[in-house]
Design a protein around this ligand. Structure first.
Ligand code: SF4
Length: 199
């Protein structure tokens, strides 16, 4: 079972091609200015690995992006989910983690998930180093190509000049997708505050 804050069946904002995105719940870090407070303190559901894998496969997306929260706190479960999905279809895997690649290589429980990643975007969010670069939160974070799968398209995709976000409405809530600029994040937090529990 995986603790999930939200999942999105298709977006082009968190990696090349179309992507199924999972935001896991829970994080062991406390980055000032955290861009994903809802994944630490908001509501979440406990999802079955096999059911999530099936949704990824059926989505038709080229791959899955896993963000959070901190994915490597649930590394074993996520690796299990990916193994099931990959058994049906050759999906690509991108993971955002607050751990650096060097730190993950020291963690015995991270190896299996790391081995399934095509791209790892690593490192804590540092507000002072938030330079507005597209697809990453701050300049200390690095896009690691762990396999050749996205090497060519990734270099074009991640070279985008501007951050892009979209807001999607579900029956219960509104979800901000993408890495927001400081201005967008501030606006989003004001909207959420004004709407109270309605979003
Ligand atoms: S690692 Fe990400 S989710 Fe965790 S505190 Fe830092 S910015 Fe927030």
């Amino acid at each position: 079972m995986i603790n999930v804050s939200h999942y999105e069946r298709s977006t082009e904002l968190l990696g090349p091609y179309t992507r199924f995105v999972i935001w896991v719940h829970g994080c062991c870090f406390d980055c000032p200015g955290c861009l994903a407070q809802n994944t630490r303190f908001g509501e979440y559901e406990t999802a079955d690995c096999a059911e999530l894998a099936e949704m990824i496969v059926q989505s038709g997306c080229e791959g899955v992006t896993i963000s959070g929260g901190e994915p490597f706190l649930q590394a074993g479960e996520l690796a299990g989910m990916l193994r099931i999905a990959k058994h049906s279809r050759d999906i690509g895997v991108i993971v955002y983690s607050g751990f650096t690649l060097a730190e993950l290589r020291e963690r015995p429980d991270a190896g299996e998930l790391l081995a399934l990643c095509d791209i790892l975007i690593d490192g804590r969010y540092v507000r002072e180093l938030d330079d507005g670069r597209a697809y990453v939160g701050s300049s200390n974070q690095t896009i690691h190509y762990l396999t050749p799968r996205y090497e060519q398209i990734g270099r074009e995709y991640y070279a985008a000049e501007k951050r892009r976000c979209e807001i999607k409405f579900t029956e219960k809530q509104a979800v901000l997708i993408g890495v927001p600029s400081a201005g967008v994040l501030e606006m989003w937090q004001k909207i959420k505050k004004k709407a109270g529990n309605e979003l």
